[in-house]
Design a binder for this molecule. Sequence first.
Ligand SMILES: NC(=O)c1ccc[n+]([C@@H]2O[C@H](COP(=O)([O-])OP(=O)(O)OC[C@H]3O[C@@H](n4cnc5c(N)ncnc54)[C@H](OP(=O)(O)O)[C@@H]3O)[C@@H](O)[C@H]2O)c1
Length: 442
Amino acid sequence: MAKISSNPVEDAPAAQSSQKRDAACRVALVGFGTVGRAVAKILCEGTDRSLRLTHICNRNIERKKQPWVPADVVWTEDFQTVLSSDADIVIELIGGLSPAEQMVRGALQAGKSVVTANKQLIAHHGPDLLQLANSLGCQLEFGASVAGGVPVLPALRTGLCGDRLHGIAGILNGTCNYILSRIENARIPFSEALEEAQARGYAEADASEDLDGGDARAKLAILALAGLQTRVAPETIRARTIRAVDAVDFDYAAELGCTVRQISRADLKGTTLFAEVGPSLVPISSPFGRVQANQNLVVTSGQYGGDIAFLGAGAGGDPTAVAVVSDVKFVAENLAARSNASRRDVARYVSTPATSSDFETPWYLRFFVRDQPGIVAKLAGILATHHLNIDAVLQKPGFDKATLPFVITLEPCRDSLLHPALEQMSALDFAIRPCLCLPILR
Ligand SMILES: NC(=O)c1ccc[n+]([C@@H]2O[C@H](COP(=O)([O-])OP(=O)(O)OC[C@H]3O[C@@H](n4cnc5c(N)ncnc54)[C@H](OP(=O)(O)O)[C@@H]3O)[C@@H](O)[C@H]2O)c1
């Protein structure tokens, strides 16, 4: 006698056998959180009969069940149920490295193609996983892993693959952009802007990954992989925090026709990849200066096509789900055509260049000092010792002399030349905070 169970895991085989295999591409979803739910909604509500959601897998699955999901979808907390099913595509949306990596490898080894939005996974293991997918005749797509709903990765791998790209720059972290544009518009302290972002759900309780650049550099590593065909470990990209940016920096930046944004940039020059993430001055009138709230912007620079910009919602369940479902459709069409055509096969062309953050730019140096005679002369002396040329000295009136902010801008020089001078200047007895040093990107 058949065992009757209310457990969806145990029900799975029965449910599968009762489903007749139709022409639709069968899709299993792993991770039913913000993005997973939004993906399921699109798949369940859509009129597209070429895709059929067959499984939803998540830990502690009972609390996840939704009445709008069709009754024939199998709910399970056992990933093996997905692996042994006849799903053609597995969507990985649990995030993080483990167990996501094992799940993606397992799915590929079981002959299933994979779509993921997982930036950490692709930044750390993208080339290896793409090679594995190739060797097994499967596809791996990751279009939502950078810039959420902005289709920059598919564009890099199709529409721009005829160019020879040499540079990519972007605003890749919506949390930082929200905080910086709030400080800019309301002249509130960093701590207040962070609290506001947390209250609105734009920043996590521990927002270190966003604020200190870890999130953006993982995304920059993926853009470098897809657009510049370079393999770079995210940890080797220098990341500077936005925590030291103060409302007064927007006053001084405005004097220079600029504002402050967290910019991620990668320039391939010969065999070196110059890359870094951090707050930077950008012209107010530039595309970067105009990006507000939690939007993302990516600008690519190509030898033949020049600069191309991509702007839009960098996060959020629905926009990200659009990118995921677009990848699923792309893979499904290839499977239906029995084609292994994939977007540019980045794994095949990838090189591993030396990585450097030694960009040559003009610089913005902001000091908070206890006012006393001779400060500018002392700082100028240190800069002269290091052969660094001052462009301008800016001091706005009306500040408390005990915590006086003022700015020195420098003519272009390499980061590595500036660094020793900064250490000396921050150790001076009138300096009440370390000097904030930001590149000026024109
Ligand atoms: N949210 C965005 O705007 C956005 C944008 C671009 C890319 N992404 C990427 O999309 C992916 C998903 O993000 P999200 O915002 O949807 O995350 P989320 O809301 O935290 O959802 C993750 C889901 O996976 C489940 N899960 C976590 N670990 C699991 C495990 N070991 N086994 C089974 N289920 C597990 C979680 O279950 P619990 O409910 O038990 O925690 C949760 O339901 C991540 O890679 C993220 O980086 C997100």
